[in-house]
Write a protein that binds this ligand. Structure first.
Ligand code: GLN
Length: 446
Protein backbone atom coordinates (compact mmCIF):
# COMPACT_ATOMS: atom_id res chain seq x y z
CA UNK A 1 0.00 0.00 0.00
CA UNK A 2 2.87 2.35 0.83
CA UNK A 3 4.49 1.69 -2.54
CA UNK A 4 1.18 2.26 -4.33
CA UNK A 5 0.65 5.55 -2.51
CA UNK A 6 4.17 6.65 -3.36
CA UNK A 7 3.66 5.67 -6.99
CA UNK A 8 0.29 7.44 -7.26
CA UNK A 9 1.77 10.53 -5.60
CA UNK A 10 4.86 10.77 -7.80
CA UNK A 11 3.35 9.68 -11.08
CA UNK A 12 1.80 13.08 -11.79
CA UNK A 13 5.28 14.57 -12.06
CA UNK A 14 7.19 11.59 -13.46
CA UNK A 15 4.64 9.93 -15.79
CA UNK A 16 6.53 6.68 -15.25
CA UNK A 17 3.38 4.53 -15.32
CA UNK A 18 0.81 4.30 -18.10
CA UNK A 19 -1.48 2.13 -15.93
CA UNK A 20 -1.42 1.80 -12.14
CA UNK A 21 -3.20 -1.39 -11.12
CA UNK A 22 -4.21 -0.63 -7.53
CA UNK A 23 -6.82 -3.39 -7.26
CA UNK A 24 -4.65 -6.07 -8.84
CA UNK A 25 -1.65 -5.08 -6.72
CA UNK A 26 -3.62 -5.05 -3.46
CA UNK A 27 -5.09 -8.47 -4.23
CA UNK A 28 -1.66 -9.88 -5.09
CA UNK A 29 -0.16 -8.36 -1.94
CA UNK A 30 -2.91 -9.89 0.21
CA UNK A 31 -2.25 -13.26 -1.42
CA UNK A 32 1.48 -12.83 -0.70
CA UNK A 33 0.75 -12.01 2.96
CA UNK A 34 -1.43 -15.07 3.24
CA UNK A 35 1.18 -17.28 1.60
CA UNK A 36 3.80 -16.00 4.02
CA UNK A 37 1.49 -16.56 7.00
CA UNK A 38 1.06 -20.14 5.85
CA UNK A 39 4.82 -20.56 5.81
CA UNK A 40 5.10 -20.67 2.03
CA UNK A 41 8.23 -19.37 0.39
CA UNK A 42 8.90 -17.83 -2.99
CA UNK A 43 11.99 -15.97 -4.14
CA UNK A 44 10.28 -12.58 -4.63
CA UNK A 45 7.27 -12.97 -2.34
CA UNK A 46 5.59 -9.56 -1.97
CA UNK A 47 8.29 -7.60 -3.80
CA UNK A 48 6.73 -4.60 -5.61
CA UNK A 49 7.64 -4.50 -9.29
CA UNK A 50 6.22 -3.12 -12.54
CA UNK A 51 6.12 -4.31 -16.13
CA UNK A 52 7.08 -2.34 -19.22
CA UNK A 53 3.85 -1.83 -21.11
CA UNK A 54 4.78 -4.21 -23.91
CA UNK A 55 4.54 -7.36 -21.78
CA UNK A 56 1.07 -8.81 -22.23
CA UNK A 57 -0.87 -8.89 -18.96
CA UNK A 58 -4.15 -10.74 -18.86
CA UNK A 59 -7.04 -8.36 -18.19
CA UNK A 60 -4.85 -5.26 -17.89
CA UNK A 61 -4.22 -2.95 -20.86
CA UNK A 62 -0.99 -3.46 -22.84
CA UNK A 63 -0.58 -0.27 -24.89
CA UNK A 64 3.05 -0.52 -26.03
CA UNK A 65 3.07 3.27 -25.69
CA UNK A 66 0.90 3.53 -28.81
CA UNK A 67 -2.49 4.88 -29.73
CA UNK A 68 -2.71 1.75 -31.88
CA UNK A 69 -2.98 -0.44 -28.77
CA UNK A 70 -4.61 2.10 -26.45
CA UNK A 71 -7.63 -0.21 -26.17
CA UNK A 72 -5.80 -3.55 -26.23
CA UNK A 73 -6.34 -5.98 -23.36
CA UNK A 74 -4.40 -9.19 -23.83
CA UNK A 75 -6.15 -12.50 -23.13
CA UNK A 76 -2.96 -14.04 -21.67
CA UNK A 77 0.24 -13.24 -19.75
CA UNK A 78 3.73 -13.01 -21.24
CA UNK A 79 5.97 -15.82 -19.99
CA UNK A 80 8.19 -13.31 -18.16
CA UNK A 81 5.11 -11.96 -16.36
CA UNK A 82 4.04 -15.51 -15.46
CA UNK A 83 7.50 -16.34 -14.12
CA UNK A 84 7.64 -13.26 -11.90
CA UNK A 85 4.08 -13.76 -10.65
CA UNK A 86 4.91 -17.34 -9.78
CA UNK A 87 7.96 -16.10 -7.85
CA UNK A 88 5.63 -13.99 -5.69
CA UNK A 89 6.37 -10.53 -7.14
CA UNK A 90 3.52 -8.02 -6.95
CA UNK A 91 3.08 -5.84 -10.02
CA UNK A 92 1.88 -2.29 -9.41
CA UNK A 93 1.15 -1.73 -13.09
CA UNK A 94 2.58 -0.97 -16.51
CA UNK A 95 5.35 1.49 -17.24
CA UNK A 96 5.72 4.17 -19.88
CA UNK A 97 7.83 3.58 -22.98
CA UNK A 98 8.59 4.87 -26.44
CA UNK A 99 5.93 3.71 -28.87
CA UNK A 100 6.67 0.10 -29.89
CA UNK A 101 10.04 0.48 -28.10
CA UNK A 102 11.35 2.79 -30.82
CA UNK A 103 13.31 5.60 -29.26
CA UNK A 104 15.96 6.62 -26.76
CA UNK A 105 14.19 9.27 -24.70
CA UNK A 106 10.62 8.10 -24.00
CA UNK A 107 9.45 11.14 -25.99
CA UNK A 108 7.85 8.88 -28.61
CA UNK A 109 5.19 7.68 -26.14
CA UNK A 110 1.57 8.36 -27.04
CA UNK A 111 1.08 9.05 -23.31
CA UNK A 112 3.73 11.79 -23.14
CA UNK A 113 7.32 11.41 -21.95
CA UNK A 114 8.31 9.91 -18.63
CA UNK A 115 10.54 12.31 -16.71
CA UNK A 116 13.95 11.56 -15.21
CA UNK A 117 13.76 11.89 -11.40
CA UNK A 118 17.31 13.33 -11.46
CA UNK A 119 16.35 16.50 -13.29
CA UNK A 120 12.99 17.97 -14.02
CA UNK A 121 13.49 18.64 -17.69
CA UNK A 122 15.69 15.60 -18.40
CA UNK A 123 14.69 12.46 -20.32
CA UNK A 124 14.93 9.12 -18.48
CA UNK A 125 16.22 7.47 -21.65
CA UNK A 126 14.31 4.98 -23.72
CA UNK A 127 12.65 3.01 -24.73
CA UNK A 128 12.24 1.59 -21.19
CA UNK A 129 12.21 5.10 -19.65
CA UNK A 130 9.17 4.47 -17.44
CA UNK A 131 10.68 1.34 -15.88
CA UNK A 132 13.95 3.17 -15.19
CA UNK A 133 12.22 6.24 -13.75
CA UNK A 134 9.99 4.05 -11.56
CA UNK A 135 13.00 2.24 -10.08
CA UNK A 136 15.05 5.43 -9.71
CA UNK A 137 12.19 7.08 -7.79
CA UNK A 138 11.74 3.97 -5.58
CA UNK A 139 8.17 3.48 -6.76
CA UNK A 140 9.11 -0.17 -7.19
CA UNK A 141 12.12 -2.28 -6.26
CA UNK A 142 12.59 -3.49 -9.81
CA UNK A 143 10.88 -3.44 -13.19
CA UNK A 144 10.87 -5.47 -16.35
CA UNK A 145 12.17 -3.88 -19.53
CA UNK A 146 13.32 -4.86 -23.01
CA UNK A 147 16.43 -4.08 -25.00
CA UNK A 148 16.56 -4.21 -28.81
CA UNK A 149 19.41 -1.75 -29.22
CA UNK A 150 20.03 -0.42 -25.72
CA UNK A 151 16.60 0.16 -24.19
CA UNK A 152 17.49 -1.42 -20.84
CA UNK A 153 21.07 -0.18 -20.51
CA UNK A 154 20.69 3.41 -21.71
CA UNK A 155 17.73 4.28 -19.41
CA UNK A 156 19.53 2.58 -16.52
CA UNK A 157 22.59 4.75 -17.19
CA UNK A 158 20.49 7.94 -17.40
CA UNK A 159 18.66 7.30 -14.13
CA UNK A 160 21.44 5.97 -11.91
CA UNK A 161 19.95 2.47 -11.86
CA UNK A 162 21.28 -0.91 -12.96
CA UNK A 163 19.99 -2.91 -15.91
CA UNK A 164 20.89 -6.12 -17.69
CA UNK A 165 20.06 -7.35 -21.16
CA UNK A 166 20.74 -11.08 -21.00
CA UNK A 167 21.95 -13.24 -23.88
CA UNK A 168 19.49 -13.35 -26.78
CA UNK A 169 17.03 -16.16 -26.06
CA UNK A 170 17.50 -16.22 -22.27
CA UNK A 171 14.11 -14.70 -21.49
CA UNK A 172 11.10 -15.86 -23.46
CA UNK A 173 9.72 -13.39 -25.99
CA UNK A 174 6.28 -15.01 -25.74
CA UNK A 175 3.77 -12.28 -24.94
CA UNK A 176 6.20 -9.46 -25.61
CA UNK A 177 4.96 -7.15 -28.37
CA UNK A 178 7.56 -7.66 -31.10
CA UNK A 179 9.76 -4.84 -32.38
CA UNK A 180 12.76 -6.52 -34.07
CA UNK A 181 12.52 -10.21 -33.26
CA UNK A 182 16.16 -11.16 -33.86
CA UNK A 183 17.33 -8.41 -31.45
CA UNK A 184 14.57 -8.15 -28.80
CA UNK A 185 15.43 -9.40 -25.34
CA UNK A 186 13.78 -8.88 -21.95
CA UNK A 187 15.63 -8.10 -18.75
CA UNK A 188 15.29 -6.31 -15.41
CA UNK A 189 16.09 -2.78 -14.23
CA UNK A 190 16.79 -2.48 -10.47
CA UNK A 191 18.95 -0.53 -8.03
CA UNK A 192 21.87 -2.93 -7.80
CA UNK A 193 23.56 -5.82 -9.57
CA UNK A 194 22.45 -8.07 -6.71
CA UNK A 195 18.81 -7.18 -7.34
CA UNK A 196 19.31 -7.77 -11.06
CA UNK A 197 20.63 -11.24 -10.28
CA UNK A 198 17.60 -12.02 -8.09
CA UNK A 199 15.18 -10.80 -10.76
CA UNK A 200 16.94 -12.54 -13.63
CA UNK A 201 17.01 -15.86 -11.77
CA UNK A 202 13.21 -15.91 -11.88
CA UNK A 203 12.68 -14.29 -15.31
CA UNK A 204 14.78 -16.76 -17.30
CA UNK A 205 13.23 -20.00 -18.48
CA UNK A 206 13.22 -22.23 -21.51
CA UNK A 207 9.90 -21.68 -23.24
CA UNK A 208 8.57 -23.95 -25.98
CA UNK A 209 6.21 -21.11 -26.95
CA UNK A 210 9.21 -19.07 -28.22
CA UNK A 211 11.11 -20.82 -31.03
CA UNK A 212 14.28 -18.81 -30.25
CA UNK A 213 14.18 -19.55 -26.52
CA UNK A 214 17.53 -20.82 -25.26
CA UNK A 215 17.72 -24.34 -23.85
CA UNK A 216 20.05 -23.29 -21.01
CA UNK A 217 17.15 -23.27 -18.54
CA UNK A 218 17.07 -21.77 -15.06
CA UNK A 219 20.19 -20.58 -13.30
CA UNK A 220 21.09 -18.96 -9.98
CA UNK A 221 22.60 -15.69 -11.15
CA UNK A 222 23.59 -14.73 -7.59
CA UNK A 223 26.02 -17.63 -7.24
CA UNK A 224 29.22 -15.75 -8.13
CA UNK A 225 28.39 -12.36 -6.60
CA UNK A 226 30.70 -12.66 -3.61
CA UNK A 227 33.72 -13.96 -5.50
CA UNK A 228 36.48 -11.39 -5.89
CA UNK A 229 37.62 -10.22 -9.31
CA UNK A 230 41.28 -11.17 -8.90
CA UNK A 231 42.70 -12.02 -12.32
CA UNK A 232 39.47 -11.38 -14.21
CA UNK A 233 40.38 -10.03 -17.64
CA UNK A 234 38.47 -6.93 -18.79
CA UNK A 235 38.80 -6.00 -22.45
CA UNK A 236 38.78 -2.27 -23.12
CA UNK A 237 38.11 -1.43 -26.77
CA UNK A 238 39.53 1.93 -27.87
CA UNK A 239 36.53 2.10 -30.25
CA UNK A 240 34.33 2.65 -27.16
CA UNK A 241 36.21 5.89 -26.48
CA UNK A 242 35.35 7.41 -29.85
CA UNK A 243 34.96 11.09 -30.63
CA UNK A 244 31.22 11.08 -29.82
CA UNK A 245 32.09 10.38 -26.18
CA UNK A 246 31.76 13.29 -23.76
CA UNK A 247 35.13 13.94 -22.02
CA UNK A 248 33.69 13.73 -18.52
CA UNK A 249 31.82 10.49 -19.29
CA UNK A 250 35.09 9.09 -20.63
CA UNK A 251 36.82 10.10 -17.39
CA UNK A 252 34.11 8.53 -15.21
CA UNK A 253 34.41 5.31 -17.23
CA UNK A 254 38.21 5.23 -16.93
CA UNK A 255 37.95 5.89 -13.19
CA UNK A 256 35.56 2.94 -12.83
CA UNK A 257 37.94 0.71 -14.77
CA UNK A 258 40.82 1.87 -12.57
CA UNK A 259 38.79 0.92 -9.47
CA UNK A 260 38.24 -2.56 -10.87
CA UNK A 261 41.97 -2.82 -11.63
CA UNK A 262 42.76 -1.90 -8.01
CA UNK A 263 40.47 -4.73 -6.94
CA UNK A 264 42.53 -7.21 -8.91
CA UNK A 265 41.03 -7.23 -12.41
CA UNK A 266 43.37 -6.98 -15.39
CA UNK A 267 42.68 -4.38 -18.10
CA UNK A 268 43.49 -5.57 -21.61
CA UNK A 269 43.22 -3.42 -24.76
CA UNK A 270 41.08 -5.13 -27.43
CA UNK A 271 40.03 -4.21 -30.95
CA UNK A 272 36.48 -4.15 -32.31
CA UNK A 273 37.31 -2.83 -35.79
CA UNK A 274 33.80 -3.05 -37.24
CA UNK A 275 32.05 -1.35 -34.34
CA UNK A 276 31.75 1.90 -36.28
CA UNK A 277 29.31 0.21 -38.66
CA UNK A 278 26.98 -1.15 -35.98
CA UNK A 279 24.63 1.84 -35.93
CA UNK A 280 24.13 1.76 -39.70
CA UNK A 281 23.53 -2.00 -39.71
CA UNK A 282 21.07 -1.77 -36.80
CA UNK A 283 19.05 1.02 -38.36
CA UNK A 284 18.48 -1.19 -41.42
CA UNK A 285 17.86 -4.53 -39.66
CA UNK A 286 15.63 -3.24 -36.82
CA UNK A 287 13.27 -1.23 -39.08
CA UNK A 288 13.18 -4.11 -41.59
CA UNK A 289 11.99 -6.54 -38.91
CA UNK A 290 9.70 -3.90 -37.41
CA UNK A 291 8.01 -3.29 -40.76
CA UNK A 292 7.15 -6.99 -40.95
CA UNK A 293 6.14 -7.30 -37.28
CA UNK A 294 3.92 -4.23 -37.33
CA UNK A 295 2.03 -5.30 -40.45
CA UNK A 296 -0.33 -7.20 -38.13
CA UNK A 297 -1.80 -3.91 -36.91
CA UNK A 298 -4.22 -3.50 -39.77
CA UNK A 299 -7.32 -2.20 -38.00
CA UNK A 300 -9.02 -5.57 -38.48
CA UNK A 301 -7.80 -7.97 -35.82
CA UNK A 302 -6.90 -5.69 -32.94
CA UNK A 303 -5.96 -2.17 -32.09
CA UNK A 304 -7.14 1.15 -33.39
CA UNK A 305 -9.67 1.19 -36.25
CA UNK A 306 -10.55 4.35 -38.18
CA UNK A 307 -14.15 5.56 -38.34
CA UNK A 308 -16.32 4.81 -41.39
CA UNK A 309 -13.78 3.23 -43.75
CA UNK A 310 -14.79 3.63 -47.41
CA UNK A 311 -13.15 0.33 -48.43
CA UNK A 312 -10.43 -2.09 -47.31
CA UNK A 313 -7.54 0.06 -48.55
CA UNK A 314 -8.96 3.06 -46.76
CA UNK A 315 -9.38 0.99 -43.57
CA UNK A 316 -5.72 -0.06 -43.62
CA UNK A 317 -4.36 3.33 -44.58
CA UNK A 318 -6.30 5.46 -42.14
CA UNK A 319 -6.16 3.02 -39.21
CA UNK A 320 -2.37 2.84 -39.50
CA UNK A 321 -1.88 6.56 -40.18
CA UNK A 322 -3.98 7.46 -37.16
CA UNK A 323 -2.73 4.69 -34.86
CA UNK A 324 1.04 4.93 -35.38
CA UNK A 325 3.14 7.93 -34.34
CA UNK A 326 5.64 9.57 -36.67
CA UNK A 327 8.77 7.69 -35.57
CA UNK A 328 6.99 4.35 -35.96
CA UNK A 329 5.82 5.37 -39.43
CA UNK A 330 9.36 6.42 -40.33
CA UNK A 331 10.71 3.01 -39.28
CA UNK A 332 8.02 1.16 -41.23
CA UNK A 333 8.89 3.15 -44.35
CA UNK A 334 12.65 2.64 -43.94
CA UNK A 335 12.18 -1.06 -43.27
CA UNK A 336 9.80 -1.64 -46.15
CA UNK A 337 12.20 0.16 -48.47
CA UNK A 338 15.19 -1.89 -47.26
CA UNK A 339 13.26 -5.12 -47.84
CA UNK A 340 11.91 -4.18 -51.28
CA UNK A 341 13.08 -6.39 -54.15
CA UNK A 342 15.35 -3.83 -55.77
CA UNK A 343 17.15 -2.77 -52.58
CA UNK A 344 17.18 -5.98 -50.54
CA UNK A 345 20.77 -6.92 -51.48
CA UNK A 346 22.15 -3.40 -51.15
CA UNK A 347 20.70 -2.76 -47.68
CA UNK A 348 19.33 -5.75 -45.81
CA UNK A 349 21.84 -8.36 -46.98
CA UNK A 350 24.72 -5.89 -46.53
CA UNK A 351 23.54 -5.08 -43.01
CA UNK A 352 23.41 -8.80 -42.15
CA UNK A 353 26.98 -9.19 -43.44
CA UNK A 354 28.13 -6.34 -41.19
CA UNK A 355 26.28 -7.99 -38.32
CA UNK A 356 28.35 -11.14 -38.81
CA UNK A 357 31.61 -9.13 -38.92
CA UNK A 358 30.71 -7.44 -35.63
CA UNK A 359 29.95 -10.79 -34.01
CA UNK A 360 33.29 -12.15 -35.28
CA UNK A 361 35.08 -9.13 -33.77
CA UNK A 362 33.59 -9.96 -30.37
CA UNK A 363 34.39 -13.67 -30.65
CA UNK A 364 38.01 -12.80 -31.42
CA UNK A 365 38.19 -10.37 -28.48
CA UNK A 366 36.71 -12.96 -26.11
CA UNK A 367 39.56 -15.33 -26.94
CA UNK A 368 41.76 -13.16 -24.71
CA UNK A 369 39.36 -11.53 -22.19
CA UNK A 370 36.48 -12.56 -19.90
CA UNK A 371 34.36 -9.43 -20.32
CA UNK A 372 34.46 -6.15 -22.23
CA UNK A 373 33.78 -2.80 -20.60
CA UNK A 374 33.23 0.80 -21.59
CA UNK A 375 30.70 3.60 -21.34
CA UNK A 376 26.98 2.87 -21.72
CA UNK A 377 26.12 6.17 -23.41
CA UNK A 378 28.09 9.02 -25.01
CA UNK A 379 26.54 11.65 -22.69
CA UNK A 380 24.44 11.90 -19.52
CA UNK A 381 20.65 12.45 -19.81
CA UNK A 382 19.77 15.27 -22.20
CA UNK A 383 16.89 17.71 -21.93
CA UNK A 384 13.37 16.86 -23.03
CA UNK A 385 12.97 18.25 -26.54
CA UNK A 386 16.71 18.65 -27.13
CA UNK A 387 17.00 15.93 -29.76
CA UNK A 388 13.43 15.32 -30.80
CA UNK A 389 13.77 17.16 -34.12
CA UNK A 390 16.85 15.25 -35.21
CA UNK A 391 16.32 11.48 -35.47
CA UNK A 392 19.90 10.82 -36.60
CA UNK A 393 21.25 12.58 -33.50
CA UNK A 394 18.86 10.54 -31.37
CA UNK A 395 20.07 7.30 -33.02
CA UNK A 396 23.65 8.17 -31.95
CA UNK A 397 22.57 7.50 -28.35
CA UNK A 398 22.77 3.79 -29.14
CA UNK A 399 26.31 3.80 -30.49
CA UNK A 400 27.81 1.74 -27.61
CA UNK A 401 24.86 -0.51 -26.83
CA UNK A 402 23.69 -1.76 -30.24
CA UNK A 403 26.61 -4.06 -31.00
CA UNK A 404 25.63 -6.43 -28.16
CA UNK A 405 22.18 -6.88 -29.69
CA UNK A 406 23.62 -7.48 -33.16
CA UNK A 407 25.90 -10.17 -31.70
CA UNK A 408 23.27 -11.59 -29.30
CA UNK A 409 25.60 -10.95 -26.36
CA UNK A 410 24.58 -10.08 -22.79
CA UNK A 411 25.24 -6.52 -21.62
CA UNK A 412 24.63 -4.62 -18.41
CA UNK A 413 24.91 -1.08 -17.13
CA UNK A 414 25.64 0.03 -13.57
CA UNK A 415 26.03 3.57 -12.23
CA UNK A 416 29.64 4.80 -12.20
CA UNK A 417 29.50 8.37 -10.97
CA UNK A 418 28.00 11.73 -11.78
CA UNK A 419 28.71 14.19 -14.57
CA UNK A 420 27.30 17.67 -13.94
CA UNK A 421 25.13 16.15 -11.21
CA UNK A 422 23.67 13.51 -13.53
CA UNK A 423 24.38 9.77 -13.37
CA UNK A 424 26.35 7.92 -16.04
CA UNK A 425 26.73 4.19 -16.60
CA UNK A 426 29.53 1.66 -16.91
CA UNK A 427 28.68 -0.96 -19.50
CA UNK A 428 29.89 -4.54 -19.15
CA UNK A 429 29.49 -6.97 -22.06
CA UNK A 430 30.01 -10.69 -21.67
CA UNK A 431 30.20 -13.88 -23.64
CA UNK A 432 26.99 -15.72 -24.49
CA UNK A 433 25.36 -17.11 -21.31
CA UNK A 434 28.02 -15.57 -19.06
CA UNK A 435 25.66 -13.23 -17.16
CA UNK A 436 26.65 -14.60 -13.74
CA UNK A 437 30.24 -13.45 -14.25
CA UNK A 438 29.19 -9.99 -15.48
CA UNK A 439 26.95 -9.60 -12.43
CA UNK A 440 29.83 -10.70 -10.21
CA UNK A 441 32.03 -7.94 -11.62
CA UNK A 442 29.23 -5.39 -11.30
CA UNK A 443 28.52 -6.41 -7.69
CA UNK A 444 32.18 -6.30 -6.77
CA UNK A 445 32.40 -2.79 -8.24
CA UNK A 446 29.29 -1.65 -6.33
N1 GLN B 1 16.95 3.44 -29.35
C1 GLN B 1 16.92 2.26 -30.13
C2 GLN B 1 15.78 2.32 -31.13
O1 GLN B 1 15.12 3.29 -31.16
C3 GLN B 1 16.81 1.04 -29.26
C4 GLN B 1 15.47 0.85 -28.73
C5 GLN B 1 15.32 -0.46 -28.00
O2 GLN B 1 16.29 -1.05 -27.56
N2 GLN B 1 14.09 -0.92 -27.94
O3 GLN B 1 15.56 1.44 -31.88
Amino acid sequence: DAQLKRTEHLNGALNAFISIDRDGAMAAAAAADQARAMGQRAPLLGVPIAHKDLFCTQGLRTSCGSKMLDNFIAPYNATVVENLTEAGAVSLGKTNMDEFAMGSSNENSYYGPAVNPWGERRVPGGSSGGSAAAVAASMVAAATATDTGGSIRQPAAFTGTSGIKPTYGRCSRFGMVAYASSLDQAGPIAQTAEDLALMLSTMVSHDPKDSTSAHEGPEDFTRLLNNDVQGLRIGVPEQFFSQQLDDQVAQATRDALATLEQRGAVLVPVELPNLAHSLAAYYVIAPAEASANLSRFDGVRYGHRCDHPANLQDLYRRSRSEGFGLEVQRRILVGTYALSASFFDAYYVKAQQIRRLIKNDFMRAFETVDVIAGPTTPTPAFKIGEKSDDPADMYLQDVYTISANLAGLPGLSIPCGLVDGLPVGLQILGQHFDEARMLQLAHQYQ
